[in-house]
Write a protein that binds this ligand. Structure first.
Ligand code: SAM
Length: 255
């Protein structure tokens, strides 16, 4: 391999061929599809993806790894975008985009929020993430994992945890368990916030102090009567509300 893994870039490289095969089968890439891989690293997933697709795009931040990619692949096989995926404009890659990657865990939450803003161009996304993060993404109301990440991602995507991956599948071996998660954008006519900024602010306020009741946390947005008019009890906590409830609150605030 001849590459020293960089902690600051969250580098844990997949090394188990069975797991790699299972991930690629889950993605099920078809020739000609528009696929971008975030963080190709040493190419554990990139090689089988390129073989099946013919061409894919990648976004990688580490210059040493980028140099290796250029040595190994022609521009017809791989388009390399050098830089930070957090700042990358995925809209430039066109429509019907499939986004995949064994993501750097140190930036997973901001990266997921960034990617959510491109949901309209996306066909689906398949990621390896820390299991704990995946549990938060797919959590249902009432559970302790249910929070801002769950609501804001479930607002845009249907999500499913596909399977878990043990630490031994990576080099270096991470401390945490990982999971594969799939995200598929909800149809455009599904529940819609009039103003997504407002939705985001309401959800952040509600979960900012998750031990407090909505009456307290949402005071600056809506009063008891407003919540009751929506059929929501002001005396409950943030974790009790469904995604649709947050959208209704945000829309009442926007109106
Ligand atoms: N896909 C490879 C694999 O499965 O073996 C590597 C996965 S490793 C967990 C994460 C990869 O993301 C590394 O290649 C790392 O350099 C890259 N990376 C880290 N931060 C990044 C960022 N902000 N933007 C783009 N790539 C990043």
């Amino acid at each position: 391999m001849n590459h020293r893994a960089r902690k600051r870039f969250g580098q844990n490289f997949l090394s188990d061929p069975n797991i790699i095969r299972k991930i690629i089968d889950t993605i099920a890439p078809q020739p000609g599809q528009n696929v971008v891989e975030i963080g190709p690293g040493l190419g554990a997933m990139t090689a089988p993806l390129q073989e099946r697709l013919g061409h894919l795009s990648v976004v990688e931040i580490d210059r040493d790894l980028i140099a290796k990619l250029h040595e190994r692949y022609t521009p017809e096989q791989i388009t390399v975008h050098e830089g930070d995926a957090l700042k990358f404009d995925f809209a430039t890659l066109g429509e019907d985009l499939r986004v995949v990657g064994n993501l750097p865990y140190n930036i997973s939450t901001p990266l997921l929020f960034h990617l959510a803003s491109f949901a309209e161009q996306v066909r689906d996304m398949t990621f390896m993430l820390q299991k704990e993060v995946v549990m938060r993404m797919v959590a249902e109301p009432g559970s302790s994992d249910y929070g801002r990440l769950s609501v804001m991602l479930q607002y845009r995507f249907r999500m499913g945890r596909m399977f878990d991956v043990p630490p031994g599948a990576f080099r270096p071996v991470p401390k945490v368990m990982s999971s594969i998660v799939r995200l598929v954008p909800r149809p455009a006519d599904a529940l819609t916030a009039i103003n997504e900024q407002t939705l985001s602010r309401v959800v952040a306020a509600a979960f900012g102090q998750r031990r407090k009741t909505l009456r307290n946390t949402l005071r600056e947005f809506i009063d008891d009567a407003g919540l009751e008019a929506l059929g929501i009890d002001p005396g409950v906590r943030a974790e009790r509300l469904a995604v649709a409830d947050y959208v209704r609150i945000a829309n009442a605030v926007s109106a």
